[in-house]
Unconditional design. Sequence first.
Length: 66
Amino acid sequence: MTPKIPEPTESKEEPPAFPGWLDVVRRRVECLRFGSVQIVVHEGRVTQVESVERTRFPPRRDQAPS
């Protein structure tokens, strides 16, 4: 006797909303040109989002590359 496998049903429920931290990460990444975004997790839960932005300047023409 084979176990009965339920047929897939189309769910009309909306998927769960993304947690607020994910929106924060998206916004931080979208605003960065150069930098990093760090997600801090404590006991399996996101507790902090940090971002560091760097400003890069092109080398001056009168400077030789090192």
